[in-house]
Design a protein around this ligand. Sequence first.
Ligand SMILES: [Zn+2]
Length: 466
Amino acid sequence: MPMNTPSPEPSPARSTAATYWLEHAWLDPSVEPGVALDVGADGRIAAVRTGVETPPPGATVLRGLTLPGLANAHSHAFHRALRSTVQVGSGTFWTWREVMYSVADRLTPETYYALARAVYAEMALAGVTAVGEFHYLHHAPGGARYADPNAMGEALIAAAADAGIRITLLDTAYVAAGLRSATHGEEPNRHQLRFSDGTADAWAERVSLLKEGDREHVRLGAAIHSVRAVPARQLGTVAEWAAVRGAPLHVHLSEQTAENDACLAVHGCTPTRLLADHGVLGPRTTGVHNTHLTDADIALIGGSGTGTCMCPTTERDLADGIGPAPALQRAGSPLSLGSDSHAVIDLFEEARAMELNERLRTRTRGHWTAAALLRAASADGHAALGWADAGSLEPGSLADFATVALDSVRTAGAVPRLGAEVAVFAASAVDVRHTVVGGRQVVRDGAHTSIPDVPSALAEAVSALR
Ligand SMILES: [Zn+2]
């Protein structure tokens, strides 16, 4: 709990000047050998020097291929507690949701802090330097308010600080159980009471109490859970809150055909059309999943510059379907990636799954280059979370990066200049050797520098919820 567990570490963005020597670095779009990277005391990259054959004196040596830090653009941290238990039996997204709700019922600010800290440490070990937490577990079971109405959000912010990664807290409006009319939704069920502020106005009032302050690892953003969870006439309130602050705005969009059917029945249009009509779409907005879309939806999303966050390992786990990512990108929608339900936490797997899903669907190969997939996992993911100054290895960028081993059993033998290809198509999260956030090493030689035993932290946090 943030109030009584002060973080022993400084905000992860605070740093001292340092030089890193990268055996190989992905300087989009090519891999360069021997790169010296100077980090300033402000935690930003001060200089990038290529052709440096040997490590300069005093430099920290990072062997392998260094990539920009990975952005996990869509996370529900508590879903990590479902790993294994939801793989028994059969069903659909909707039966999975019942199991998910039973875990949601048991979380407190204290247990959520412990779980999220361990989950974000797992992300750091996987090379993730920024997470977009789509956060809707706001209140106590039954809907009672905590003394600090943002206690749960603050627990997540503290968890990210203590795990050493950046967080965009996408505080989520979730006030209804389903669509009923333009002004009212179905009443939240007993599980959903703790998600609900009652109205979007009340949501805005609570979220406005949250402050980034001088916490350099934090960005605040907004989310609309879905058109199911926020009545149409209240969508504009959330969009306006984000617009006034220039903040990112995320929304689950057409993950399920049932959502499309209900929207058509109540509003006579698709969820995408409804969002467009209420000012939700635009370049600061990201639609998560964007799975079951019409051609007109794709044109609306792309034409407005709205992003698309694909979560392929979750979408396949929940039997959602395969979204039209190539068509969305061609229409103008930037792509990002997220591990969402954390069936696994591995951004390389998310990136290759997007490409491999398309191969299965089309029976042709090469829809994206490895570089394009890495951009989705880094620069474009960061931009979707409001970190436009992260996700590339260039002067002025935040000094956030991750190094992948090129000598593991999965990656050995690859030609170094094809390091991006081996990272995307063969590496896994376990091949991440080092993770640096704001110039500070959060993972060194495969070990977290402030949470020595992440598996135990995960096991304790998950078993506390049983
Ligand atoms: Zn989600």
